[in-house]
Design a protein around this ligand. Structure first.
Ligand SMILES: C[S@@+](CC[C@H](N)C(=O)[O-])C[C@H]1O[C@@H](n2cnc3c(N)ncnc32)[C@H](O)[C@@H]1O
Length: 465
């Protein structure tokens, strides 16, 4: 039995054992979660409501993992996954589940996190905000390359291994992203550009990254290399321009590090426009290669509208946009606020945010480079009194210093945008204990066909707390 060393398992199953069990709910990675003699078992590909036969493949301290062998009672929501590489790819986890159930299960994921990590007995949660056309929605893909003999392979790493799966026909990507990456890979192969070898840390080309503007139907292509330059640069650009007229900029990003992070710190324009222009609603945003931008522009508008509802602005408020990226949320709210101040740790993103404010004629929004947990307490000490703070942190959540600052400053209204229900609920628990009330929880389907769920929470300071 492969237990986690030194820690005792409470699981009495053994690897290889075949069990029959009912599936009760969805796990955060899209697995079916069932119970066998009160033990938690994760079964990939099983759907809540089904009864399945599965073989135990892994034992952990508090749960076991199992492989689906047979479905004894089949869910009425089971559908045929349309993608031919769905099983191997691992990028989507819910293509085998009908959309209506996907939306319900995402809401349950958020509800369960609040039930588990907060002391709330009633959770004011709404229905998942769905996407009308839940395919071809992603605006960006970053794919690693591998040399296999004379061929260059490119794709997603398989869910359980470091094997590359060809995803050139990915159904959730915008077709221009697929076309760009597919063609760029062919050019790389044709020009015999050296490919990075992650084991030996030699070779040149590491990743190809394509981001499309839905509004302009233009593409920014980034080639990530271990070396500062490569001999075939000019030829590469020429061939891309000849074959891909929608590509309006080719950028080289230099990543010399032994790291799983895609981007290095420095980028150099090889040809075309420095930045990609995207529109959300009536605002235009310019994006540099490394800046974070929401991956589903159609749903982003719905997300930001939920943020606007939760912020309940009247035009008199000072709003802090913590974790602002290229200023998207702050600028979205600016028309209804007196003043907006944003911060982000990525200097290029802040440069973009400032440029975006100017581009859209917004004069009462300022953006600064720095950590939210450092800048917010400092600004407050210097006399800033935010009426509303919006935070959209990475998956790890807010971090203790920012929670402490919010509690100390007693910000009247806090809007929390999260891509991770667990860290969201844990952070909210502290805020609720510290004097906030949870008004509304809105799950949003930003990534249809996957197990990801985005959430907007509206928290208000309780009177006299
Ligand atoms: C989920 S993104 C949100 C960006 C933006 N709100 C949007 O909707 O596009 C999180 C952002 O947090 C930034 N970030 C990460 N850690 C940070 C920190 N400690 N303080 C401020 N920003 C941070 C990242 O650079 C990234 O732009």
């Amino acid at each position: 039995m492969s237990t986690t060393k030194q820690r005792k398992t409470t699981i009495h199953l053994r690897e290889g054992q075949v069990i029959e069990l009912p599936i009760r709910r969805l796990g955060i990675n899209g697995e079916g979660v069932g119970f066998y003699q009160k033990q938690v078992v994760f079964v990939d590909g099983a759907i809540p409501g089904e009864e399945v036969v599965a073989r135990i493949t892994q034992i952990d301290r508090k749960f076991a993992k199992a492989r689906l062998l047979k479905i004894k009672k089949r869910s009425a929501y089971r559908v045929k996954p349309p993608c031919p590489v769905y099983q191997e790819c691992g990028g989507c986890q819910l293509q085998h589940i009908d959309r209506r159930l996907q939306l319900r299960l995402k809401r349950e994921l958020v509800e369960e996190a609040f039930a588990r990590y907060t002391r709330l007995t009633e959770i004011p949660i709404e229905k998942t905000v769905s996407m009308d056309e839940p395919w071809a929605y992603r605006n960006k893909a970053q794919l690693p390359l591998r040399r296999i003999g004379s061929r260059v392979a490119m794709g997603m790493f398989s869910a359980r291994s470091h094997r590359l799966v060809d995803v050139s026909g990915c159904l959730v990507q915008h077709p221009l992203v697929n076309e760009t990456l597919h063609t760029a890979r062919e050019v790389v192969e044709q020009l015999k550009i050296s490919i990075y070898d992650e084991r030996k840390h030699n070779g040149v080309l590491r990743h190809l990254v394509a981001r499309v503007s839905f509004a302009a139907e233009e593409v920014q292509l980034v080639i990530v290399t271990r070396t500062e330059s490569f001999p075939e640069e000019n030829e590469f650009v020429e061939k891309i321009r000849a074959r891909l007229p929608r590509v309006k900029s080719v950028i080289l990003n230099h990543n010399p590090n032994k790291t799983s992070l895609v981007f290095g710190e420095h980028s150099r324009l090889l040809w075309g426009k420095e930045k990609l222009a995207e529109k959300l609603g009536d605002l235009t945003y310019l994006l540099s290669a490394r800046a974070f931008f929401q991956l589903n522009p159609v749903q982003t508008v719905k997300l930001y509208e939920e943020v606007r509802k939760a912020a309940r602005l009247t035009g008199k408020e000072t709003v802090v946009d913590a974790y602002c990226g290229v200023g998207t949320i702050g600028l979205w709210l600016a028309r209804d606020a007196k003043r907006v101040i944003g911060m982000d740790t990525v200097p290029e993103a802040i440069a973009d945010a400032r440029e975006n404010a100017a581009l859209n004629g917004i004069k009462h929004a300022e953006f600064y480079v720095g950590e939210a947990e450092v800048l917010l307490p400092r600004w407050v000490e210097e006399g800033l009194k935010p009426d509303v703070v919006v935070a959209d942190p990475p998956r790890t959540g807010l971090g203790q210093p920012l929670i402490d600052a919010l509690l100390k400053v007693k910000v009247p209204r806090f809007v929390y945008v999260s891509c991770n229900p667990s860290t969201l609920a844990k952070d909210c628990d502290q805020l609720l204990e510290g004097g906030y009330r949870l008004q509304r929880v809105v799950p949003l389907d930003m990534f249809p066909q996957t197990a990801h769920v985005e959430t907007v929470c509206e928290l208000v300071r309780k009177p006299q707390s």
